[in-house]
Design a protein around this ligand. Sequence first.
Ligand SMILES: O=C(O)c1ccc[n+]([C@@H]2O[C@H](COP(=O)([O-])O)[C@@H](O)[C@H]2O)c1
Ligand SMILES: Cc1cc2nc[nH]c2cc1C
Length: 347
Amino acid sequence: MQKIKPNLSGISQSCRDAMQTKIDGLAKPIGGLGQLEALAVKIAGIEQTTELRTEKRCCFVFAADHGVQRAGVSATPRKVTWQQAINTLAGHTTVASLAKANYCQVKVIDVGVDHDLSGTGVIDKKIALGTKNMVDEPAMTYDEALQTIQAGYDVAQQAIKEGNDLLLVGELGMGNTTPASAIISVILGVPAEEVVGAGSVISNQRLLHKTEVVNQAIKDWQPDSEDPVDVLAKVGGFEIGAKVGAIICAAENKTPLILDGFISYAAAVLAEKMVSGITNYLIVSHFSREIGSKKALDWLQLSPLLDLGMAVGEGSGAVLSLSLIDAMQSVLHNMNTLDDLSIKFTK
Ligand SMILES: O=C(O)c1ccc[n+]([C@@H]2O[C@H](COP(=O)([O-])O)[C@@H](O)[C@H]2O)c1
Ligand SMILES: Cc1cc2nc[nH]c2cc1C
């Protein structure tokens, strides 16, 4: 990717209106399905059709390790990244089990895992054996940041070529709530204290240290908040960059993309900074338990579909939210219309 200049064809207002009219004609109170209606309308606008295409779906689990994980910012051992990458393909992780329940294919993509995953079925797009430790040096080079965005873009393009109607993005990367917080802090211009959270659960003492690590890295490397690639390079992660690429490719191809939790919000923040309005192509599955979630989602102007206190990542919330899309498909295919029943409202 030389220059990130996506060619977005826009959201169809006429398809949005037609979908809302279709829903308003169903035998129920106007607006009675609330956010589910907004969801169907959004998908219609992105896909530019009122025949919602949602049957074939694919969740990407972008996996990578983080130098900063060695700085004591996470409760979880580093090896969990590669272990869960393999376990996902075996069907035994949170995302894999929820994907099974929601008829979703899962692809695991190695964009920087600190382990040899060859021969496991994990897709190899490895940039390096993890990022550098942002305590000591920038997480990656500018060129690596572009490479990881390209990797995510290519994976998404392949999935769209394979006929997928919906794309979902999850991740595995022990320590990655630290770069996600750093990105959100820099782009939103809010203090690290307001966005650094407990990740996969740490003590208050470790939380203070994690916040200090983010503050110090931002101070030392001075990421340019007007250049999202620079922010990704200095305080980001490979799987976050890959998500950015997938988001751009999905939007270019009029394919709705479902974000997962906090790490996806960071990717969306970078993508929106690169391409203003790209959030119109995004759906947020759930409200992550991370403390920075509200700030990030307010900035993105996106509302999550679910609020269940989830904080697993992997794509678990994204695949779970497919049940709401399937519910809406059932509504559209099975319900009587007001006309069928000769119902007229008198306000
Ligand atoms: O999606 C979220 O909101 C989320 C919140 C907390 C943790 N995670 C997952 O847990 C890992 C990062 O947590 P941590 O504490 O190691 O930074 C990483 O693999 C994420 O997928 C994910
Ligand atoms: C087991 C385990 C699985 C995970 N998946 C995402 N983050 C995780 C953290 C842990 C600890």
